[in-house]
Design a protein around this ligand. Structure first.
Ligand code: SAM
Length: 450
């Protein structure tokens, strides 16, 4: 088989998968492949997949079926590679089941894409999984494109072992990058004009430099000392790793975005214990109070799982009461989904689907009410946004995000560009977006404040 000349990468899931996809692209570009506009036009298609919730494997199988039919009718794609968390979890089995699949690479092995392609050209089907010997990661190869927002990995993998979560199995144990490596990457991005940098890790605030022992507060200070970027964000934090020193450090860093994502998952101590989260409801509330006292006006967002095994109506009402009490700016809610190899998948007392769906409907209704009230309270405020591009609604309305990660839509002006900073006055609000009137655009896309 001749080597493919064009590629298309389909990405499902989180920011880490997005970044892994840019790394895969970088490897392909370094081999001279060019991007295709759609999977239908590509000789190589990579599926970079997510396994956090169910239906993932089903979704992959159905996409492989579509690509198989496409190949039989058009001859393209000649090679399909499966990458990401579903590859790690089900790769070998899927390779046996699917004719169109050429190779399988787990998240720890994506640096081996080149040799997998060489093997495919020689008629071999490679499966490379696991994490022994670390993780291949060459940040110089990441094909970042021109975006003004970029992510930088601080920690690969996860050590938490929450009983619901498949991530430690699919992404392996934590590997902390050295502070020097992270800062070099941030420096390069700053020099290229990137305005917002998000540090990534499943439990990013547990960061420890393997060379110097520097902690997450030290990392934030070092990243915020790099000249250029408008804002530094980070994702995802675990409630158990917020020391007073970290909170004090955050409060003293004006370049840090006023946004913090800290999943609480459940409002009931009994459920939190069974989830193996390592904190109580009271400890979580105390954390939020400490953060809000040190960083007034910060927007908090959170993740919540509904219908975890054994969750009673009273347990769920504790989740609702925590949401009412803490009034998050954003909330991501998920119906519990049993994952292979996780302890909770073997727990008795499953919550019936219709009960879980009814509960999540109540959770979303409550959050919508809270978000609407919070957003309406912002009318009249001035905000600076990083412009993302035309909003879905049409070309005349553009969209950006404020430094506390709120979506703001606004009427476009002549010469508007993606990646510039603009000052807006909030003139209207819905539960999920704000509407702003332009006051001034930032000069040539450079930061207008430190
Ligand atoms: N490492 C982060 C943490 O534990 O807080 C985020 C991990 S996960 C990629 C993102 C979110 O998906 C979690 O915070 C959780 O709310 C949700 N999630 C994870 N496993 C789930 C499962 N089995 N069923 C439903 N939601 C799940």
């Amino acid at each position: 088989m001749s080597a493919p000349q064009s590629y298309f990468v389909e990405t499902w899931g989180c920011q880490m998968n997005e970044l892994d996809s840019r790394y895969l692209e970088g490897i392909l570009r370094a081999r001279g492949l060019r991007p295709a506009a759609a999977a239908e036009q590509a000789e190589l298609v990579l599926l970079n997949t997510c396994a956090v919730r169910d239906k993932a494997v089903h979704k992959v199988l159905s996409r492989l079926g579509e690509l198989d039919r496409l190949r039989r009718t058009t001859g393209k794609p000649s090679v399909v590679g499966l990458c990401g968390c579903v590859a790690e979890q089900e790769g070998a089995r899927l390779l046996a089941r699917s004719r169109v699949l050429g190779f399988v690479l787990g998240p720890g092995r994506i640096g081996q894409l080149g040799s997998a392609l060489d093997a495919a050209a020689a008629g071999e089907r490679v499966t490379s999984l696991g994490f022994t010997g670390g993780r291949d990661w060459d940040s110089d190869l990441i094909a970042r494109g021109a975006g003004a927002r970029q992510s930088v990995t601080a920690i690969h993998g996860c050590n938490q072992h929450c009983t619901f979560c498949v991530v430690p199995y699919t992404r392996g144990h934590e590997i902390n990058r050295s502070l020097d490596d992270i800062i070099n990457e941030v420096n390069d991005l700053a020099k290229s004009g990137v305005l917002e940098i998000t540090l990534l890790g499943q439990t990013v605030n547990a960061y420890r430099c393997p060379r110097t022992g520097a902690d997450f507060a030290n990392l934030l200070e070092a990243v915020c000392a790099v000249e250029g970027p408008w804002r530094i964000q980070f994702l995802t934090s675990h409630p158990g790793y917020f020391t007073d020193t970290l909170i004090r450090t955050m409060a003293g860093l004006p370049r840090l975005g006023r946004y913090l994502h800290v999943p609480f998952q459940a409002g009931s101590d009994a459920v939190l214990r069974r989830m193996h989260r390592g904190y109580t409801r009271r400890e979580y509330v105390d954390l939020v109070n400490r953060v809000r006292a040190a960083l007034p006006g910060i927007t908090l967002s959170t993740d919540v799982i509904v219908g975890f095994p054994g969750e009673s109506e009273a347990d769920f009402e504790e989740t609702l009461s925590l949401v009412s009490e803490l009034r998050f700016g954003q909330l991501y809610g998920f119906v519990y989904s049993p994952r292979p190899r996780t302890p909770a998948a073997r727990y008795a007392d499953r919550v019936a689907d219709e009960v879980a769906r009814e509960r999540i409907g109540r959770l979303f209704a409550l959050q919508t009410e809270i978000q609407l009230a919070l957003n309406q309270g912002l009318i009249g405020r001035r905000v600076e946004v990083l412009v993302d591009g035309p909003a879905k609604r049409g070309k005349l309305v553009w969209s950006g995000r404020s430094d506390d990660n709120r979506v703001v839509n606004f009427p476009a002006w002549d010469g508007i560009r993606e990646g510039e900073l603009a000052t807006l006055e909030i003139a209207g609000a819905s539960a999920h977006a704000l509407f702003g009137e332009p006051l001034a655009a930032g000069s040539a896309g450079r930061p207008t404040q430190a």
